[in-house]
Design a protein around this ligand. Sequence first.
Ligand code: PAF
Length: 286
Amino acid sequence: MQICSTKGAIRDVVRDWKRNGETVGLVPTMGFLHEGHLSLVRRAKAECDRVVVSVFVNPTQFGPNEDLETYPRDEQRDLRLLEAEGVDAVFMPDVDEMYAGVGDTHVEVPGLSGILQGALRPGHFRGVATVVTKLFNIVGPDKAVFGEKDYQQLAMIRQMVNDLDMSVEVIGNPTVREPDGLAMSSRNVRLSPDHRAQAVALNRSLKAAQDCALSTSDLTEIDRVIRAALAKAPDAEVRSVDIRDAKTLAELSGNLVADAVVLLVVRFGPVVLIDQKVISPSHPAP
Ligand code: PAF
């Protein structure tokens, strides 16, 4: 496995593969890898001849009061896990390598980056869109794999790739969960044991939403059922519950007539967790 800390080094590696006609898959990560990331790696391996994983905690997607300083990191462990998965190259730049000498050019996807989590985290999606564009330009992948867990991020990246005619295929990979249903996240290790136990409420509330949708299409009732399930976790501070069009993330009202995505942002102490599930109506509109 080749470990590249500079843009030039990873470009050289990829150029050699492409000269041999090999296809390249990219899995962008911020490290502290878990089974969810490894499932993205396996998907990329299944889709492409060569796989590059980027490990970079991108400062521009963290707000001033967010967890950049405490974001968990363990580069040596990440490298061991990626080697065991048979990854071909890891791109692991430092902040200077990515941003030194860079001006204020950025990529913004206004419609999707200002709503939902984007409204709660101003500037976050602009930071993501910009760094993902940089990674695409540096690595030049044929395909890039992202987790469906970050549903809004995935929707925004798809929109950006479409709008800017980027020649990369974006693949969404299903959320990987702990045995009790908690979506895997690098932030889970920062939950106290008590909050970790309570955090199962997120997945339970999503399941309750789907069950509820089988008996009613009333979105207000589905929302009520989700919030009631979350309320069973006494320390859960519900920052948002949204039921949106599964494709466009447009607001919905009235009845569930087509697939919708339930998007949750819930805080336990200092840790903000997100989760999502696409729910289907029992009687879709014809
Ligand atoms: O999903 C993430 O880990 C990050 O937002 C990403 C896509 C690697 C960009 O920094």
